[in-house]
Write a protein that binds this ligand. Structure first.
Ligand code: GDP
Length: 445
């Protein structure tokens, strides 16, 4: 059990258990991992700094409650803080206005405004049974008006025509007028895209906002935007009283750090997530799930529980029984340990559950080889007779050759395994006097 992999796993688990308190030193180490994960997820640097500062404050000196271990406790703090920053609970679309409820869509060109407008229209028509009208104020790109027409029809909503010759304000007023006359419940207003922050267009959307008095002003932002998201968000927040955010293209491989940046800068709740190009690809934003995605935490808490529960309970019972009987630790026990590792789902599956930063490091350790190594050891022990497993001292040259042959390995490998076993046995003997709890503590960490 002395491979580099086991060492690292052991160290990782040790880091997460056995200490009664989160200390300054281990917080620093763990926060470094968190910081790296956030940057890797493309959270903007100033937002990362603020976030880490808040987590640090909460983590420092915090007593570890119940069975929680420091690693788990910190993961918990980070998760809760992420969820709190991005907004816990569901923020649904607000339609509480004298009909028609006007929803103004804002954002950079290509962010997904038109697509999201149609997705929202579909959602409101099908799920909320609303009469929905859409209109495009994008007089700069005739194709944008046509695009909205097409997707609105697909969404089962009504589209209000506009032309590039009109002024956006006139279009908006005419659409509002039409919506009132035809008892529309909702008017969705798609606006001109901008490639970058452009003062003229910003003024235009401000004017639209003033004329329409929307109940929702949604900032549509591409999750792939990364570090830039912060500047875009700031500009739109300064121009408009944003009431919500739609984060698009979350089906891509972006880790979605933009969510944290945009939420922190605008203070507006993230209401929806775009998860496909199709019109049904709109989901209510789930901060909890997104927190996991940002940190790439995978299922780290479950991992820690899996490792500790697996080792502590099963093994503890077996060893307790053995110690009572006064038996020593033999190769059958050693085999059981190896098999227990396998039972935990194999090393690579454990690694999958680690945060990406950690598993990237672990990746360098060559999981496949470590797993193969484990299988070979298992094969070696299985090639032994029950008597040999109980009394390894019987295994001399001839038996070694036979075992090696049976397991399809070299004799050196049998020797190596026996040596490892001896070390383990020595450890067990040492601990025998120290009481079961002490032994289990050593085993687990
Ligand atoms: P606009 O310029 O802001 O109106 O952006 P569009 O609505 O035209 O969208 C730009 C591109 O992004 C189009 O190709 C859309 O199909 C695509 N898009 C929008 N939302 C999503 C999404 O949630 N997922 C994916 N994969 N693509 C999206």
């Amino acid at each position: 059990m002395a491979s580099a992999l086991t060492d690292k796993l052991t160290r990782l688990v040790k880091q997460m258990r056995g200490q009664a308190r989160i200390t300054e030193a281990n917080v620093q180490d763990m926060l470094r991992e968190v910081r790296m994960a956030l940057l890797e997820a493309d959270v903007a640097l100033p937002v990362v700094r603020d976030f880490i500062a808040r987590v640090k404050e909460k983590a420092q000196g915090q007593e570890v409650l119940g069975s929680l271990k420091p690693g788990q406790a910190l993961v918990g703090i980070v998760n809760r803080e992420l969820v709190a920053t991005m907004g816990a609970g569901v923020a649904d679309i607000n339609l509480a206005a004298q009909p028609p409820a006007v929803i103004l869509m804002a954002g950079l060109q290509g962010a997904g405004k038109t697509t999201t407008t149609a997705k929202l229209a579909k959602h409101l028509v099908e799920k909320r049974k609303k009469k929905v009208l859409t209109v495009s104020g994008d007089v700069y790109r005739p194709a944008a008006i046509e695009q909205l027409k097409t997707v609105t029809q697909q969404a089962g909503a009504e589209w209000f025509p506009s032309t590039p010759e009109q002024k956006p304000l006139d279009i908006a007023r005419a659409a509002l007028d039409y919506a009132k006359k035809h008892y529309m419940d909702v008017l969705l207003v798609d606006t001109a895209g901008r490639l970058a922050i452009d003062e003229v267009l910003m003024q235009e959307i401000r004017d639209l906002h003033a004329a329409l008095n929307p109940v929702e002003t949604l900032f549509v932002v591409d999750a792939m935007q990364g570090q830039d998201a912060i500047n875009t968000a700031r500009a739109f927040k300064e121009a408009l009283p944003l009431t919500g955010i739609v984060l698009t293209k979350l089906d891509g491989d972006a880790r979605g750090g933009a969510a944290l940046s945009v939420r922190q800068i605008t203070g507006a709740p993230i209401k929806f997530a775009g998860v496909s190009e199709r019109l049904d690809g709109l989901e209510v934003f789930d901060a909890e799930r997104h927190a996991g995605r940002i940190l790439g935490m995978g299922d780290i808490v479950a991992l820690v529980e899996q490792v500790t529960a697996g080792v502590d309970q099963e093994a503890a019972q077996k060893f307790a029984a053995k110690l009572k009987r006064g038996d020593g630790f033999d190769l059958t026990d050693f085999l059981a340990q190896i098999q227990q590792m396998k039972q935990l789902g194999g090393l690579s599956s454990l690694m999958d559950k680690l945060p990406s930063q950690l598993s990237a490091k672990a990746g360098a350790m060559d999981m496949d080889r470590a797993e193969k190594d484990m299988r070979r050891k298992e094969g070696i022990i299985q090639s032994m007779t029950p008597l040999e497993r109980r009394k390894p001292e019987l295994i001399k040259a001839t038996r070694k050759k036979r075992i090696a042959h049976g397991a399809g390995v070299q004799v050196q490998e049998v020797n190596r395994l026996l040596k490892e076993f001896e070390q383990m046995q020595g450890l067990m003997k040492q601990m025998k006097g120290g009481g079961l709890m002490k032994m289990m503590k050593k085993m687990g960490g």
